[in-house]
Design a protein around this ligand. Structure first.
Ligand code: GDP
Length: 365
C-alpha cells in the first residue's frame, strides 16, 4: 500500500505528529493487524459518508479504510553529501510515495531551533535543496551513460536523454522535478528515475495551540502558505502538540474539545484526507452484508481492478459491478428508491470507478 513520509528539520514537531498518528491508530477498533515496523503508523481515513450509508443500509459494523504514514528521522543540512546519517534519510524518503513536509511555525523560547531562528521558508528551502542536490547526483550518474547509448541511435536512450536534459537545469537551480511539465511518455521515464523531488508534497505548518482555530492569524503560517502556493502545493496548519493530546480521547470527547476550540475537524483528520488525495487515492464502498465498508482505490482504475482490491478472485472472475453513487443513495434514501429512479447501474469491464461508488461485484468462482 502507499505511504506518506513525514519529513522535516530536527525539533519541528515530527515525532509529536507521528505520536499523534500512532495513538490515533491504536484506537482503531477494526484493525487487528498492528504493524510491526515502529516507523509506520496506520490510521483510519475519516469519511462521514460511511455513517450515512449505514443508516440507510444497516449493517452490524462500520469499517473505515486505512492510510499509512512513515516517520523519517530528521534530515539535516548536508544530508545529500552523506554527512552523518544523511544517506539513510534520503534512502528512507526514496521508499515513500509522497512527502509530508513538517515545518515549525510556533514560537517557543524553550525549544531550540536548529538554525537559531524561526524562519519557516528558510527551513523548507534547506530541506528542498538537499533533495534537489541528491536528485542532481542521481541524474549526473546516469547522464554520461545514457548520452553514450543515445549516440547509437537507440530510441529509448534518446527519449531518456531528452528527459534528463529537461530535468538537469531545474535541479541545478535548486528546483523540484514535480514542477516540470511532462507529457505522458516522459512521465513514465521520470517515474523510473525514482527521484525524490518528483514525489508529491504537502506542507504541514506546526502552529501554536493558540492559532489552531485561525491559522491565518499566524505570520509563520502565512509564510508557509505563500511558499506552498507558488510551488503549487497544499498547506495544512496543525498544532502537533494538541493533536497528540487529543488523539487518545474517545470520539465524543475529542469532538467536544474541538467544538469548544471552534474547530470543525481535527488537524490529523485534515492531514489524513489531504495525504490521501495527494496520492490520487479515492474511496468506494460495499454495503448490504454484515459490514458497511470503505475501500481505497487509485483514481482511474477500472472495475475489475477495483474488485481486486477486495479479493483477487473478484478480479479474475469479474462479471459486472452493480453500482449506485453515494449521492444518489443519499438523495433517494434507499436502494429500492434508487433502483426505481433508474439510477442503479450495471457497469462492465471498462467502467472507471468513481469516488463514492457503492458497489456489489458479480463474479464467477
Ligand atoms: P522532531 O525533532 O521534529 O521530531 O520534533 P519533536 O516532535 O521532538 O518536537 C521538538 C520539541 O518541540 C518537543 O519538545 C515538542 O514537545 C515541542 N513541540 C512540538 N510541537 C509543538 C507545538 O506545537 N508547540 C510547542 N510549544 N511545542 C511543540
Amino acid at each position: 500500500s502507499l505511504t506518506a513520509g513525514i519529513v522535516g528539520l530536527p525539533n519541528v514537531g515530527k515525532s509529536t505528529l507521528f505520536n499523534a498518528i500512532t495513538k490515533a491508530g491504536a484506537e482503531m477498533a477494526n484493525y487487528p493487524f498492528a504493524t510491526i515496523d515502529p516507523n509506520v503508523g496506520m490510521v483510519e481515513v475519516p469519511d462521514p459518508r460511511l455513517k450515512r450509508i449505514d443508516e440507510l443500509i444497516p449493517a452490524k459494523k462500520i469499517v473505515h479504510t486505512t492510510f499509512e504514514f512513515t516517520d523519517i528521522a530528521g534530515i539535516v543540512k548536508g544530508a545529500s553529501k552523506g554527512e552523518g546519517l544523511g544517506n539513510k534519510f534520503l534512502e528512507n524518503i526514496r521508499q515513500v510515495d509522497a512527502i509530508v513536509h513538517v515545518v515549525r511555525a510556533f514560537a517557543d523560547d524553550n525549544i531550540t531551533h536548529v538554525n537559531g531562528k524561526i524562519d519557516p521558508v528558510d527551513d523548507i528551502e534547506t530541506i528542498n535543496l538537499e533533495l534537489s542536490i541528491a536528485d542532481l547526483d542521481s541524474i549526473n550518474k546516469r547522464y554520461a551513460r545514457v548520452e553514450k547509448v543515445a549516440r547509437t541511435k537507440d530510441k529509448e536512450a534518446q527519449a531518456e536523454l531528452a528527459v534528463l536534459q529537461k530535468i538537469k537545469p531545474v535541479l541545478e537551480a535548486g528546483g523540484a522535478v514535480r514542477e516540470i511539465d511532462f507529457n505522458e511518455e516522459e512521465q513514465k521515464i521520470v517515474h523510473n528515475l525514482f527521484l525524490l523531488t518528483s514525489k508529491p508534497v504537502l506542507y504541514v505548518a506546526n502552529i501554536a495551540e493558540d492559532d489552531m482555530a485561525h491559522p491565518e492569524q499566524s505570520e509563520y503560517y502565512q509564510q508557509v502558505k505563500a511558499y506552498a502556493e507558488q510551488a503549487g502545493a497544499e498547506v495544512i496548519g496543525i498544532s502537533a502538540k494538541t493533536e497528540e493530546e487529543i488523539a487518545e480521547l474517545d470520539d465524543q470527547d475529542r469532538q467536544d474539545f474541538l467544538e469548544a476550540e471552534g474547530v470543525e475537524e481535527s488537524g490529523l483528520d485534515r492531514l489524513i484526507r489531504a495525504s490521501y488525495h495527494l496520492l490520487g487515492l479515492a474511496t468506494f464502498f460495499t454495503a448490504g452484508g454484515p459490514e458497511t465498508r470503505a475501500w481505497t482505490f487509485h483514481q482511474g482504475m477500472k472495475a475489475p481492478q477495483v474488485a481486486g482490491v477486495i479479493h483477487s478472485d473478484f478480479e479474475r472472475g469479474f462479471i459486472r459491478a452493480e453500482t449506485i453513487s453515494f449521492a444518489d443513495l443519499d438523495q433517494y434514501g434507499s436502494v429500492q428508491a434508487v433502483r426505481e429512479a433508474g439510477k442503479l447501474r450495471l457497469e462492465g469491464k471498462e467502467y472507471e470507478v468513481q469516488d463514492g461508488d457503492i458497489i456489489e461485484f458479480r463474479f464467477n468462482v
